[in-house]
Write a protein that binds this ligand. Structure first.
Ligand code: HXC
Length: 516
C-alpha cells in the first residue's frame, strides 16, 4: 500500500470512528435533546485538550452476528484532557452505537482509563448513556462490569470519581456510579434503576413512568442516590467544572487555594439577629452559611435529600472546606437515619481528600420513634460517629444554639475528635432539652407542687441556668471559646488556620469495620 493509500485509509477510518453509530443515530440523539458522547467531552474539557485512548478498538465477540456490527471505538470514547487547566481521565458512552451497551472491549476501554487515572493521580469522570450489559456478549459483559466496579473500588479515596448520568443507566450498570463519590443527573434525560418500568409491571403489577421511577427528581429527593440535579446537560457539565475547582486531584494533594478578595475580617453583625427570640420559631441555617464563607462560594451537596442536615463545600479565605450544618427549618434539625447517612458519607469524602471540615450545630438530638428504631437508627447514627472519630483532617465545630445528647457528640464533641469547638453566647449543651430533663429529674417535685405548671417552669429555668449555659461546658474545657457572632468569619478562619498543618496518625490496620 502506498503512503497515500495508507493515509487515505487512516482518514476514512478516522471519519468512520468519529461518526460512532452514524449520522442518522446522531440526529436521533439530538432529537431527544441529548448531546453525543464526543460533544459532551468537547463541552466539558478545555479546548483541544482531549487525547483519546484505544481509539480504534472493536468488538471481538462474533456471537449473534456481532462480527457484522463492528463499530470503531465500540460504543464508548475514553481518554484524558484538562478541566480548568487540570488533568482528568474520562469515559463517555455513545448511545448511537448499540444503545451504548457495554460489551467486553467497551468495558476494557473504560477500565483502562480508570486505572490510568489512578496511576496518574487525576480525577476520573464517567458519562453514562447506555442500555446496560450488551446482551449479545453475555458473560463477557458481566466480566467487563466487574472490572469497572473493581477499579471504582480501588480508586475510592485515591482520586475523586464523578458519575454523570446522561441517558439510561439500568441493571447492574447502576453500581459503578453508586461506588463513585458524586452522581449527577438531568431532568427528563437521565434514568437509573435496577429494573425498569416493564419489569416492575410484570413482577408487581405496578405502573410507573421512567421519570417517576428513576429520574433525577426521584433520586435526588427520594432515594438520595444522586447528589446533583440539573435541567440541561450543559448546565450539568459547567457545574462539574466548578466542583472540580474545589477538589484536589488525589488523596496526596491538598485542595486548590484560591485568591480571596472577600476580607477575612469582614464583620458579620447580621448574625446577632440570626436566632429568633422565640426558640420554637425556626430559622434558616443557610443565612449563617452565606454570611460567613467567601461570598458566593457555597456549593450544596444533596440539597433535596434529608434537608434536616445541610452539607456542601465552601471557601474560607480561599481554602476549600467541607461543611455539615443542622437545619432548624426542617424537622427541627433532628438527626434521623437519612441525615446520618448523608453526613457520614460526606465526612468520609472530605477526610479522603484532605478537606478540613466545619460543623454548624443546632440540634435537639437523634429522632425518637419506632420507625427510626426499627429502621436501624442505631447503626446509621453510628456511621456519623465513626466517620467523625476516624477523620484526621482539621475538624472545627461552632455551636449556634442547641447541642444535645448523642447529636452533641456527633456534631461538636472534642472527645470524639473535633480539634476546636467554639460557641455563640446562646449555645446550650446538655444531655437533653430543659423540658425533657425537668420531666425526668424533677417529676416528683412538679407532681407534688400546688401549681405544677409554675413549678415546671421554675425547674426548667433552673436547669437551663445551672446545666445548659455554655460557660458550664466551657468550664470543663469542652468549648474552647465563646465568640461574638459578629466576628464569626474571622473566628472560624483563625480556628481553621490553627490546624491547617495538623498531622494525626491512626493505628496501622487493613481498614476499620464501619457500621454500614
Ligand atoms: C444490546 C442494546 C441494549 C443492550 C439497547 N440496545 N440496549 N443492544 N444490549 N443492553 C440497542 C437496541 O437494540 C437498539 O438497537 C439500540 O440499542 C437503541 O435502543 P432502543 O431500544 O431503540 O432505544 P430506546 O427506545 O431509547 O430505549 C433505550 C433503553 C432500551 C431503555 C435502554 O433499549 C432498553 O430497555 N434496553 C435494554 C435494557 C436492559 O435490559 N439492559 C440489560 C440490563 S441487565 P437497534 O439496532 O435495534 O436500533 C444488566 C446486567 C448488568 O445490565 C449486570 C452487571 C453487574
Amino acid at each position: 500500500m502506498s503512503n497515500q493509500d495508507a493515509y487515505n485509509r487512516f482518514k476514512e477510518m478516522q471519519a468512520k470512528m468519529l461518526l460512532g453509530g452514524g449520522e442518522d443515530r446522531i440526529t436521533a440523539q439530538h432529537e431527544r435533546g441529548k448531546l453525543t458522547a464526543r460533544e459532551r467531552i468537547n463541552y466539558l474539557l478545555d479546548e483541544n485538550s482531549f487525547t483519546e485512548q484505544e481509539t480504534f478498538v472493536t468488538v471481538r465477540s462474533t456471537d449473534f452476528g456481532m462480527d457484522k456490527k463492528k463499530f470503531l471505538g465500540d460504543g464508548v470514547v475514553t481518554g484524558s484532557g484538562k478541566i480548568g487547566g487540570r488533568q482528568v481521565f474520562l469515559s463517555s458512552q455513545d448511545f448511537t452505537v448499540l444503545g451504548g451497551s457495554l460489551g467486553e472491549m467497551h468495558a476494557e476501554r473504560i477500565s483502562t482509563a480508570q486505572l490510568d487515572a489512578m496511576k496518574n493521580g487525576t480525577p476520573f469522570l464517567q458519562i453514562n448513556d447506555s442500555g446496560g450489559a450488551r446482551i449479545q456478549e453475555g458473560t463477557l459483559s458481566l466480566d467487563g462490569y466487574a472490572k469497572i466496579f473493581r477499579a471504582n473500588t480501588l480508586s475510592s479515596g485515591v482520586i475523586p470519581q464523578l458519575s454523570v448520568i446522561l441517558g439510561p443507566c439500568a441493571g447492574g450498570a447502576v453500581y459503578s456510579p453508586a461506588i463513585t463519590d458524586f452522581i449527577f443527573m438531568v431532568d427528563q434525560v437521565s434514568h437509573m434503576y435496577i429494573t425498569g418500568p416493564d419489569v416492575i409491571r410484570a413482577v408487581t403489577g405496578e405502573e410507573i413512568s421512567h421519570e417517576d421511577l428513576g429520574g433525577a427528581k426521584a433520586h435526588t429527593f427520594k432515594s438520595g442516590n444522586v447528589h446533583f440535579r440539573f435541567s440541561s446537560e450543559e448546565e450539568c457539565l459547567v457545574f462539574i467544572q466548578r466542583l472540580l475547582s474545589y477538589l484536589p486531584a488525589n488523596n496526596k494533594e491538598l485542595p486548590p487555594v484560591w485568591e480571596c478578595d472577600d476580607p477575612i475580617d469582614r464583620a458579620t453583625p447580621e448574625l446577632l439577629d440570626l436566632l429568633p427570640d422565640n426558640p420554637r420559631k425556626p430559622y434558616d441555617i443557610k443565612d449563617l452559611i452565606n454570611s460567613v464563607f467567601d461570598v458566593g462560594s457555597f456549593i450544596e451537596v444533596q440539597k433535596d435529600y434529608a434537608q434536616n442536615i445541610v452539607i456542601g463545600f465552601a471557601k474560607l479565605n480561599g481554602h476549600t472546606i467541607g461543611l455539615m450544618a443542622n437545619q432548624p427549618k426542617v424537622m427541627a434539625a433532628v438527626l434521623d437515619i437519612n441525615a446520618s447517612d448523608k453526613a457520614a458519607r460526606f465526612v468520609r469524602f472530605c477526610d479522603s481528600f484532605n478537606i478540613p471540615f466545619i460543623s454548624f450545630v443546632d440540634v435537639p438530638g437523634f429522632l425518637p420513634g419506632t420507625g427510626q428504631e426499627h429502621g436501624g437508627i442505631i447503626r446509621h447514627g453510628a456511621k456519623l460517629l465513626f466517620a467523625i472519630a476516624e477523620a484526621t483532617v482539621p475538624k472545627i465545630a461552632l455551636i449556634v444554639k442547641k447541642s444535645y445528647g448523642g447529636a452533641y457528640i456527633a456534631m461538636s464533641s472534642k472527645a470524639l475528635g473535633y480539634d476546636r469547638t467554639i460557641a455563640y453566647p446562646s449555645a446550650e449543651v446538655a444531655v437533653m432539652g430543659a423540658e425533657g430533663a425537668a420531666n425526668v429529674i424533677f417529676r416528683r417535685d412538679i407532681k407534688a407542687a400546688d401549681d405544677p405548671e409554675a413549678m415546671k417552669a421554675l425547674k426548667i429555668g433552673e436547669f437551663k441556668e445551672t446545666v445548659m449555659n455554655p460557660f458550664i461546658a466551657a468550664g470543663f474545657g469542652y468549648l474552647d471559646d465563646i465568640i461574638d457572632p459578629a466576628e464569626t468569619r474571622l473566628e472560624l478562619w483563625k480556628s481553621l488556620e490553627m490546624y491547617l498543618n495538623k498531622k494525626e496518625d491512626r493505628p496501622k490496620k487493613k481498614h476499620g469495620n464501619m457500621p454500614l
